[in-house]
Design a protein around this ligand. Structure first.
Ligand code: LLP
Length: 437
């Protein structure tokens, strides 16, 4: 907690955990659990740090809203001038619903439908990030039909290993993303002959949760000469270097216990400044607008998931802490074996007990921590799962007919419900019996 306090606005005041100036225990009492709580100051702080570090370049930060697409989160970032990296027509509609500007949206994804392309073109989005030649042809066809010019950037796969979790590495030839580095020149030459396309830039993204700047530097070093050449031929506006900046999940790692956490520069955390220092000198000579697509860096440490302890179950081998949140609320530990720090809302002190923190769902994968030394807790106590702001609520489901959790945004002393807890009957609202029942 001490290590992570510097990167977000969740902190203890006395024995109680606060988000900015609001007690989390008070929020849990008022709104119930499981409850996502977000800090507006952390969202703003992280966006601003990155935006400032990139100030030497003409740039646009396009927040990857797949990490957290709550309307109030989008609005917070839109008000700071953010653009948006979207992956569906639904996400573009969310930007509009939040009062954001669709003309600051890029639209990525390997499987855009004609309907989605039509919608995006009508909204005058900034650019399509195109993943295949078939998609270029489809966008051209739709643009001709709508009598519009479609701005496009092809996603290059630089074949640089990001060295991150296999499920979130995207920039090697084993992945379905982008077009191989060697084929890009020919693809642009053919795209230039398709009607109603404007070849506006080039895009890349090598993976998520990168804790070392080296793969970013290697990919940018490899792709910059390609951008220079293509820009000379096609007259680009921008180069997007994607997202992927990692965050601190485990304070033990940040304190240097794990070697991989340290960057070659010997720094312990990948900060916007380390990122910018490595990349700005490589990008500046291009003279192009640089787009970034950070998601986790902005939202990850801006959110926690608050949960209540239902039961303590001691078996011969284990101390199970059974909580009211489950894998349907936060799937990352089950899906990626990922680590989330777990802290009490009210500190009690005492010896640490090796515990498994688990949810009520009938799957062994429904856990938040295994063999974790935790302060002793009892029924009715509350815990916070930290760093849950990115890929938390957005990956939630109603598995086991569990309603989607409520979400609250905190701003100084103020707090507001930004998603009400889903009423249980809404889970089957769109279902029906058949005519023969
Ligand atoms: N741009 C593209 C093209 C992406 O595919 C992604 C993430 C991003 C930007 C944003 O990456 P970020 O800055 O957030 O690392 N559910 C996983 C992460 C999936 C990431 C998918 N793509 C998790 O919980 O770790």
């Amino acid at each position: 907690m001490a290590e992570t306090a510097s990167v977000h606005s969740f902190h203890y005041s006395g024995r109680d955990l606060f988000c900015e100036d609001v007690s989390l225990a008070a929020l849990a009492k008022k709104h119930g659990t499981p409850l996502y709580v977000y800090s507006q100051a952390t969202l703003t702080g992280h966006f601003t740090k990155l935006d400032k570090a990139l100030a030497p370049l003409p740039h646009l930060v396009c927040f990857a809203m797949k990490s957290n697409s709550n309307l109030a989160v989008i609005r917070t970032l839109a008000d700071l001038g953010s653009g948006f990296d979207t992956v569906s027509a639904g996400e573009i509609q969310r930007v509009i619903a939040a009062g954001g500007d669709p003309r600051k949206c890029v639209f990525a994804g390997v499987g855009k439908t004609e309907e989605e392309i039509t919608f995006a073109l009508r909204q005058d989005i900034y650019s399509f990030n195109v993943e295949s030649e078939a998609e270029l042809k489809r966008i051209s066809k739709v643009a001709v039909k709508l009598k519009k010019i479609a701005p496009v950037a092809v996603r290059v796969n630089p074949n640089v290993d990001a060295g991150t979790h296999a499920k979130i590495t995207t920039g090697t030839y084993d992945n379905k993303f982008g077009i191989a580095f060697e084929q890009i020149g020919d693809v642009y030459a053919r795209a230039a002959k398709l009607p109603n396309l404007r070849l506006r830039g080039l895009q890349m993204h090598i993976g998520s949760q990168l804790t070392d700047v080296t793969p970013f530097r290697k990919a940018v070093e490899k792709v910059v000469p390609l951008v220079t050449e293509l820009n000379a031929r096609h007259g680009f506006d921008f180069f997007s270097i994607g997202g992927g900046i990692g965050i601190v999940y485990d304070p033990a790692l940040a304190s240097g216990e794990a070697k991989w956490w340290k960057t070659p520069e010997g720094k312990k955390v990948l900060t916007p400044q380390i990122y910018a220092d490595a990349l700005v000198p490589l990008l500046k000579p291009l003279g192009l607008r640089i787009l970034l697509e950070p998601g986790r860096f902005i939202t990850g440490n801006a959110g926690v998931l608050v949960t209540r302890v239902e039961f303590i179950k001691k078996t011969g081998k284990k101390n199970f802490v059974i909580v009211d949140a489950a894998m349907n609320d936060l799937i990352r530990p089950a899906f990626y074996d990922s680590y989330h720090e777990i802290v009490p809302l009210t500190k009690k002190g005492g010896a640490l007990v090796s515990s498994d923190v688990v949810g009520p769902i009938c799957e062994s994968g429904d856990f938040f921590a295994k063999d974790r030394p935790l302060a002793k807790v009892g029924e009715g106590d509350h815990l916070a799962l930290l760093s849950a702001g990115a890929y938390g609520s957005v990956m939630g489901s109603t598995y086991n007919s569990r309603p989607l959790a409520a979400e609250v945004l905190v701003h100084g002393k103020k707090s507001a419900v930004v998603r009400r807890r889903q009423p249980v009957a809404d889970i089957w609202r769109d279902e029906a019996l058949t005519p023969w029942q």
